[in-house]
Design a protein around this ligand. Structure first.
Ligand code: FMN
Length: 212
């Protein structure tokens, strides 16, 4: 079982990063192999919207993108993994531009025949996991937990929609608010919750696969 973590914060030692580390630690405690991608370290260019990746070459697992950057490498690993943990701060009431740029490029994991022009694309053959691949999402913000609906929910909904077309199920959505003035004691509790999120992700994937 391989679980990948994706960090959408540019602050590699910030709280968002620490929460992701804990969640991955939780996954590792259930014997998962883990890997963290600090997205800021990769060359991920903006999608140019040419549609090549999702309209052509259905037989390829990640299609063909004319951009020559690190995305193909990341996506190859992505397709090999079983579960994902996405962690992003809220920037201007949404996920960071860094995480958004990455998510947009994952359109390459989908395919639709040109004749299906008005339809939502499908997960590519071979990637489609019939919802036995799963993901959890951590969103951090300075606004309090009570503002989850305004700050966290738009991020969760966006991920949920995107993951649906990858046929990846969402397990947990965890909004960690009030970061700026959070005491160490409270942050420790949030770290515990993140750890459990990682544990649960592996358990849920294992359970779903028992019924295959
Ligand atoms: C450009 C920018 C925009 C932000 N916008 C919001 C926001 O809309 N809502 C919010 O609750 N926090 C906002 N924040 C605070 C960040 O979400 C917070 O600093 C981050 O979650 C901390 O995590 P990190 O230090 O690990 O990156 C913003 C911070 C920055 C730098």
């Amino acid at each position: 079982m391989k679980i990948l973590g994706f960090l959408g914060s540019p602050r590699l030692k910030g709280k968002c990063s620490k929460l992701l580390d804990k969640a991955l630690e939780g996954a590792a405690s259930k014997s998962a192999e883990i890997k963290k991608f600090e997205l800021i370290k990769y060359n991920i260019q903006y999608c140019r919207g040419c549609g090549n990746c999702y309209l052509k070459k259905p037989e390829l697992s990640i299609g063909i993108c004319p951009l020559k950057d690190d995305m193909a490498l990341i996506l190859e690993e992505y397709t090999q993994a079983d579960g994902y943990i996405f962690a992003s701060p809220v920037y201007d009431m949404f996920i960071t531009a860094l995480m958004k740029t990455f998510v947009e490029r994952m359109i390459a994991l989908t395919y639709k025949p040109p004749s299906d022009h008005a339809k939502i694309p499908d997960a590519r053959t071979g990637i489609a996991a019939n919802f036995t691949k799963m993901a959890s999402i951590i969103i951090t913000g300075n606004c309090a937990d009570e503002l989850r609906e305004v700050m966290g929910e738009p991020c969760f909904e966006s991920f949920d929609g995107h993951l649906m077309i990858q046929q990846v199920d969402t397990v947990d959505t965890f909004y960690v608010g009030g970061l700026e003035y959070m005491t160490d004691e409270i942050f420790e509790k949030r770290l515990d919750t993140a750890y459990q999120l990682g544990v649960r992700l592996v358990e849920k994937i294992e359970k779903a696969r028992q019924h295959l």
